[in-house]
Design a protein around this ligand. Structure first.
Ligand code: SAM
Length: 353
């Protein structure tokens, strides 16, 4: 496809996803105010200039996404990669599940989990309905809806934000350029349903990929998502990011996306220390999570509304947390950070000495 045509197609696709996301949220908000006005979240107003700034920020993200694909950093086909039929089939389930989420929000039920969950298998902070999600992260039903819900939340830009990991990972892995890609290993901590590993398979080629998550259901969904790809199947491991079940210096790269805002502060530090331990000296860590108040004060109202609308018990602490200081405390060096729309991406390396 000529570049101008595929760029136009990408922009049209993203616009379509944005319209879908905005329409879904607008309709959901109206219905909730109608059905249960007491339960509707009390959000703060987002002034028009902030909405414009958000749109401009998303446009910049999509332009970067396009430019990096066009420059050969990853195949342009990755920009169009999504399980459209699956998502279309699952979309009605999102609506069917919505009243249960509203009910949980109204009743302030935040520990409404499947009966067969064994609490002793998980850290206490994990046993909650993050985003009022039905079953928390602990059922196949939750895992089946997660990707679509994230797409709606970010107006279709979630994968574009996840792809911002590819450039810093590639740069960091140059430290091991004397090895073949098949000799390099990357660990994705809190891999969820596998969307990040799917982007990384597209961007990093034949490197060995390992995904770890606490949820067996999310890993089953990840297996479905990743087993459709050609090439070596990523290895999926159930475990806690705070106590990684891997030997020291096993990986040349570690990634972690959208986990830290759901962790209490001490768990954030434990995860970073574990990432450091399992990384070979010279390795690279790329961490992505929500933007914070210090780097994006202009979007303070949006961050506040996220916290008010969704059950995110550690978000207020997270948006003021000093992640650079935590990285340095864990032993990382060469720390840098950049924001891409609603995501902040930190890059750091494990010193050689
Ligand atoms: C918001 S989701 C992010 C998933 C994925 N990285 C993505 O890009 O969509 C958070 C994930 O972190 C996992 N998780 C939470 N606490 C964890 C922990 N201590 N160790 C491992 N995984 C954890 C959850 O099961 C869930 O899959």
């Amino acid at each position: 496809m000529p570049d101008t045509v595929s760029k136009f197609a990408y922009q049209a696709l993203q616009q379509g996803k944005t319209i879908m996301g905005l329409a879904h949220k607008e309709l959901g908000g109206r219905l909730m105010r109608l059905v249960d006005p007491q339960g509707a979240p009390q959000t703060v107003p987002v002034p028009a200039p902030m909405t414009m700034a958000l749109k401009a920020s998303m446009d910049r993200l999509l332009e970067t996404d396009w430019q990096e694909a066009e420059s050969g950093l990853y195949p342009p086909s990755l920009l169009f990669d999504a399980p459209w039929l699956d998502w279309a089939a699952r979309y009605p389930l999102v609506w069917l599940d919505t009243p249960r989420q509203w009910n949980r929000r109204t009743q302030r039920k935040v520990r409404d989990l499947p009966r067969d969950v064994r609490p002793e298998d998980y850290p206490a902070y994990y046993l909650q309905n993050f985003h009022h999600q039905t079953d928390g992260y602990l059922s196949d039903h939750s895992a089946a809806l997660y990707d679509l819900q994230v797409e709606i939340l970010f107006n279709g830009s979630a994968d574009a934000m996840r792809r911002r990991l590819i450039a810093p990972l590639k740069r960091g892995l140059r430290a091991f350029s004397q090895r073949s890609p098949g000799q390099l290993r990357l660990l994705d901590v809190a891999t969820g349903t596998g969307r990040t590993l799917r982007q990384l398979r597209g961007g990093l080629g034949e490197i060995q990929l390992v995904g770890l998550d606490l949820s067996a259901s999310y890993l089953r969904e990840a297996n479905r998502c990743l087993s459709q790809l050609p090439g070596e199947l990523p290895q999926l491991v159930q475990g806690n990011g705070e106590a990684l079940p891997f030997a020291d210096a096993t990986f040349q790269a570690v990634s972690c996306v959208f986990l830290f805002h759901e962790l209490p502060p001490e768990a954030r530090q434990n995860v970073l220390q574990e990432c450091f331990r399992v990384m070979e000296p010279g390795g690279v860590l790329v961490l992505a999570d929500s933007i914070q108040l210090a780097d994006s004060p202009e979007f303070a109202a949006v961050l506040e509304n996220f916290r008010r609308a969704f059950h995110e018990p550690y978000y207020r602490d997270y948006i003021s947390d000093d992640i650079e200081a935590r990285l340095a405390q864990a032993g990382f060096a060469g720390i840098s950070a950049h924001s891409h729309f609603m995501t902040r991406v930190w890059c750091a390396s494990k010193p050689l000495a």
